[in-house]
Design a protein around this ligand. Structure first.
Ligand SMILES: Nc1ncnc2c1ncn2[C@@H]1O[C@H](COP(=O)(O)OP(=O)(O)OP(=O)(O)O)[C@@H](O)[C@H]1O
Length: 331
């Protein structure tokens, strides 16, 4: 019976879905809007995302994943079901096979939760792959040769750092610091230093517009609004790149340290390959200004930003579905 294979990047911030033969058909934020009373789902994805911080008491917005793993099983399953239903890949008596990614170093229980949520959402079979491996393939790295390839995948909730050779992970580390941590840092900084309460979305906007991991080059500013903590009234302030850089400095440091640890545990032959090839940066968090420059300086190895950092994992699932079908069947 004919059924479609689909690849899913189930992320803390975004869900992307690749349908075999069609390419990327869905790219939506991992957000669910529910009625707090009845727990009924009111909206998912982009529609629910628009409600964050702006919904009345009758609507609650939930992010069902935290730090790359499932924090709310029911909501993850409902969100996945609604996304998969939209694709029209579930035929009469047929269900898709799903290739889905998880961060490295997740527990068996966390992996099982991802598998169960996919099965309940309508999968016939579920194959789980480690995110940095899939991201590396999506970024165009040839990880199947006996040589070292290093990747730093900075998502919303986790940063996965791995050295790959011959199709497997040789050394890796998962740090629970990534794009969303930078947002929280900025929110706290503005609260403490400007006595202004801003929303999650405003903090993310500051990060994207003026945030930098390598301060001192181009000083940018952004005007934002929030609630004055002293008066309780709306107030506007200007945030500079220097302030945003200070806010996220410790979190950026944690990523640098994670990468250093992985390099320190890497066998010398593979280290030599990494010096030659450089390190690939993927994931939306890698779009933070100056991060490639800072990592290059700190690690003494060239660090390159992938062509489409946000799309590497889902592109990798597509390549694996196209070329590695035989591999899945062996499992
Ligand atoms: N231009 C940008 N500058 C800085 N950060 C950005 C930019 N664009 C997106 N991001 C950040 O990228 C993050 C989301 O990245 P991505 O979609 O790769 O994560 P995810 O796969 O959902 O998360 P995880 O892998 O941790 O589960 C968010 O924190 C978002 O704010």
């Amino acid at each position: 019976m004919f059924s479609k294979d689909i690849g899913i990047d189930l992320g803390t911030a975004n869900v992307l879905i690749h349908v075999k033969g069609k390419g990327v058909v869905l790219d939506e934020p991992s957000v669910v809007a529910i009625s707090p009373k009845t727990k009924q789902v009111l909206a998912v994805g982009a529609e629910a995302h628009r409600m964050i911080g702006r919904a009345p008491g009758t609507v609650e917005t939930v992010r069902p994943l935290k730090d790359g793993v499932i924090a709310d099983f029911d909501m993850t399953e409902k969100m996945l079901t609604m996304f998969i239903d939209r694709l029209g890949v579930k035929g009469f008596m047929t269900k898709p096979r799903i290739l889905i990614c998880c961060p490295v170093k997740v527990t068996a229980v966390e992996q099982k939760a991802i598998q169960d949520a996919s099965l309940k959402a309508g999968a016939r079979r579920v194959y789980i792959e480690e995110e940095p491996k899939v991201a590396a393939i999506g970024a165009g790295m040839d990880i199947y040769q006996p040589s070292g390839n290093m990747i730093i995948d900075i998502g919303g909730g986790t940063t996965d750092i791995a050295v790959l050779s011959m199709g497997g992970i040789v050394t890796s580390e998962s740090v629970k610091v990534a794009g969303n941590t930078f947002d929280r840092d900025i929110l706290q900084f503005v609260k403490k230093h400007e006595r202004l309460l801003i929303g999650e979305m405003t903090a993310e906007l500051i990060k994207k517009e003026v945030g930098t991991a390598f301060p001192g080059t181009a000083e940018k500013t952004i005007d934002v609004r929030g609630r004055d903590l002293a008066t309780g009234l709306p107030k506007g302030i200007t945030v500079t790149s220097a302030q945003a850089a200070e806010a996220i400095r410790e979190s950026v440091r944690a990523i640098v340290l994670g990468a250093r640890n992985v390099l320190e545990q890497t066998p010398p032959e593979l280290s030599a390959d990494i010096i030659d090839r450089g390190i690939m940066l993927t994931g939306g968090g890698a779009l933070l200004d100056g991060l490639d420059k800072l990592l290059t300086e700190e690690l003494k190895v060239p660090v390159y930003l992938a062509e489409n950092p946000l799309g590497c994992v889902v592109a990798g699932t597509g390549i694996m579905l196209d070329h590695r079908r035989a591999n899945f069947q062996k499992k």
